[in-house]
Design a binder for this molecule. Sequence first.
Ligand SMILES: [Zn+2]
Length: 61
Amino acid sequence: MKKRTADNVHKAYVEEAMDHGIWERSTTYQICTVCGYVADGGAPDSCPVCGADRPRFQGVD
Ligand SMILES: [Zn+2]
């Protein structure tokens, strides 16, 4: 897991992912930077929750 400086928004996403219990697996996840939706194993063409485009997703280790 990469550490990002002064990125409280990103931190919130990470905490949410941990709450959902998905952080223990080794797959890379794609997080929607608009709504915080976490896609398992790869970014979708668009976010199923808020409809954000793929470039809006941010990969996390
Ligand atoms: Zn979204």
